[in-house]
Design a protein around this ligand. Sequence first.
Ligand code: GLC
Length: 376
Amino acid sequence: MSDLTSRAGAVLEAHWREPGFCVPHADVYPVRFLWDSAFHVVVWAALDRPERAHTELATIFATATPAGFVPHMGYHLDPEASVGFWGRRGASSITQPPMYGHAVAELTRAGIAVDPAVVDAARRGLLWLVDHRRQPDGTIAVVHPWETGMDDSPRWDGALGSERPWTAEAWRRRKGELVSALVTDGDGVAIDSSSFRVGSAGFTALVSFNLAELGWATHDRRLVDCAGELSLALGPLLDPRRGWRDGAGSGAGGGARTLDGLLPLLVVEPASSADGLLAQLVDRAAYGGPYGPAFVHRDEPAHDPAGYWRGSVWPQVTYLLWLAARRHGAGPVAEALATGLRRGALGSGLAEHWHADSGAALGAVPLSWAGLAAVV
Ligand code: GLC
């Protein structure tokens, strides 16, 4: 464990940049990413580095718009670099799971005071999503697959096509086409899309979870109520054997069994169906593996154990499901997820993601968020 802690600390230290955040990876991801940074906050707090934790949390909001929208990428080191692709200076025009609500709650639990201006920015960011992206069925819409953070999940195959394996150029082109389809507001941020809009169950669950976390940390009734409304909207989307389907929308790929379809476990009330779904996380015939849960169910035609978002273990998703298992009192499942996460992170050299059965490193190495293995 101490080895993991010191390695996580060394990676975050090496990835620290001004004005106060960690790049996910020095070469592959040299900018700030919203949900990565929120996870780094959690890791900094576990490493007993409260100033770093607070600074990185504050930096997430440095590129927020006056209305509260929080972009998923911040180009602090080279603000002009975003203009060509996003049409905005310094930041992207889409968002990512608002994990900053959880980050505030984690700091609060650790006894670290959070600047009221940062709390206010977090509150406004979450309410922006509720006010601008809530659909008639109660789910929160994403308007680009990238907004989910799970960029090439089989759930988005209807929009992304089947050119896999992607060449870097084809991947960038397809994502760029989806950026061209965005409908933006006066601040240049995405409020809709002419070709992709999905009430993602996973994204809705993460918005609900973060509202609940921030609401708890700040005793804010409105946030807690909004969290409850989103959680209720997920109810009709549950298939007790397959997990949650996505809500209203167009342009995606349907209901492939993926781990984002189990993230509502973070917010729904404990029920017998939850036990069966939690068991799938550690069942080797479903998602389970010795190095953590595969992102795509092993029986899905799209399952590819080494593909990007097609069936490998992702440390931040495993961490979220560990939180969910604990919330449901599923101790053995939580322990198995924590063991897989630690084993996979250590064995892969803190990789971006890894193979569920061999633990072999995949993607960029080292990636800052793999430090979550030192938290569980
Ligand atoms: C990839 C991931 C995304 C993450 C980013 C930086 O784009 O799909 O979720 O935020 O890398 O780690």
